[in-house]
Design a protein around this ligand. Structure first.
Ligand code: AMP
Ligand code: GLY
Length: 428
């Protein structure tokens, strides 16, 4: 069969890498991809958000299955457009994708269906927002309503910082996305990502994982799209997983169905597990980036078969098989990210790093210029390793990272540490 992957990032490289291994797949296309994905899939020069041309391409090429990576095409209605033409596509329809596309929608939805989340209010003007911060105190969390690539969330530690953030947001720092804002209580604890393949009221869990949102070691500095992840996440014990399923995942599926916004695709709950129990920080209607990269390294069964079974109404048959190994992904980013950064820096050392069979380097923002692989985004690569222990995976991944170079590259050095520490404590 012919499969088309839509998207340009590290998540899409990991999905394409896994899809390519399926015996069901004869031909793999990517729109538009990056320098890494083009090594394993045929490049289709159409932007992931150019829906009319993607539909036209899929019809002309008789694509049997389209897999959507990022949120933007989902919330712009790519799935609705493909289904109208009778084309098979894995992902949520526009009316369901609002669960990620609007934080105001997501928070109101969680309140209505009793899904645990931080106390909050929504605002469309500065004055009331500032009054609320005065009442609540700091630290406090301020979120742009719309999509902002993981950067529209600010944790303000002082009143002044909160006021500046509110002013910036209403002044259009994130464009339309910050015309409305959510302000919510700060929750402490440890974050984890819980992702499942879902359809209607049924789900199949993916392996657990933990992302690292802040740019610097020790969870310092501003939020990014994610600087690294590992799988599984020891913070999600079997008891905690049960609670996530019973109090969060199933009620979300049921609630969305009741709202007439039935889910079909990946559902990702970003969680905070801490003194106030398990709370949802956000929902995403897609796989996480970088979580996908380590998760795909551990998936032993056929992702394409799983997606087809789900689309054909057989989710009950889907039983993903996971490797017992641990995996880690470390993001190498451009100098300045998550702020302004330059592109076009030559990347070297990927082949050298991949000589170790436990290493796979997934590309995020990369391109080809004069026959060379160059940087083309904020997050450039996710270097992944698998190991028999989390510690071993960490050691391997950093050895590989050190072999890869581009001007200004920066990365966190502590990916995996929280898990390693937790396991050490467990084992005495
Ligand atoms: P979100 O896009 O809503 O998941 O927020 C991005 C990141 O901001 C999260 O992954 C957390 O690291 C942090 N964050 C969001 N909401 C809260 C909260 N209520 N308390 C503490 N940290 C938060
Ligand atoms: N890694 C966080 C996200 O994909 O939203």
């Amino acid at each position: 069969m012919k499969v088309l992957v839509v998207g340009n990032g590290g998540r899409e490289h990991a999905l394409a890498w896994k899809i390519k291994q399926s015996p069901l797949v004869d031909k793999l296309y990517v729109a538009r991809g990056n320098a890494g994905i083009w090594q394993i899939a045929e490049k289709v020069d159409i932007s992931p958000t150019d829906i009319p041309n993607l539909v036209k391409f899929a019809k002309e090429e008789k694509i049997d299955l389209t897999v959507v990576g990022p949120e933007q095409p989902l919330s712009a209605g790519i799935v609705d457009a493909f289904l109208e033409e009778g084309l098979k596509i894995y992902g949520h329809k526009k009316d369901a994708a609002i669960l990620e596309a609007s934080k105001v929608f997501a928070k109101n939805f969680m309140k209505k269906y009793n899904i645990p989340t931080a106390f909050y209010e929504t605002f469309d003007n500065e004055k009331e927002a500032i009054e609320f911060v005065k009442k609540m105190g700091t630290p406090i969390v301020i979120k742009a309503d719309g999509l902002a690539a993981g950067k529209g969330v600010v944790i303000a530690n002082t009143f002044e910082e909160a006021v500046d953030t509110i002013k910036d947001m209403f002044a259009g720092k994130f464009g339309e996305a910050s015309k409305r804002i959510v302000i919510e209580e700060f929750l402490d604890g440890e974050e984890a990502s819980y992702i499942a393949m879902v359809k209607g009221e049924k789900l199949v869990p993916m392996a657990t994982s933990q992302d690292h949102k802040r740019v610097f070691d020790g969870d310092k500095g501003p939020n990014t799209g994610g600087m690294g992840a590992y799988s599984p996440a020891p913070v999600i014990t079997p008891e905690i997983e049960n609670e996530i399923l019973e109090k969060i995942m199933y009620p979300t599926l049921k609630g969305m169905k009741e709202e007439g916004r039935e889910l079909c695709g990946f559902l990702y709950a970003g969680l905070m597990i801490g003194s106030k129990g398990i709370n949802v920080l956000e929902f995403n209607v897609r796989m996480g980036d970088p979580e996908t990269q380590p998760i795909m390294r551990r998936l032993e069964s056929d992702l394409v078969k799983h997606m087809l079974d789900i689309l054909d109404g057989n989710i009950g048959k889907v039983e993903p098989k996971w490797s017992d190994k641990w995996s880690i992904g470390v993001v190498m980013a451009s100098k300045g990210y998550p702020g302004k950064y330059e592109t076009g820096k030559v990347i070297t050392g990927i082949e050298e790093a991949e000589k170790d069979p436990d290493i796979v380097v997934f590309h995020s923002g990369t391109d080809i210029k004069d026959g060379k692989i160059v940087t083309a985004g904020g997050r450039v690569l996710t270097v992944t390793a698998v190991g028999n222990t989390l510690k071993e995976a960490k050691e391997k991944v950093y050895k590989a990272v050190e072999k890869i170079h581009f001007e200004g590259a920066h990365y966190r050095k502590d990916i995996g540490d929280k898990g390693i520490k937790r396991l050490e404590n467990l084992n005495g």
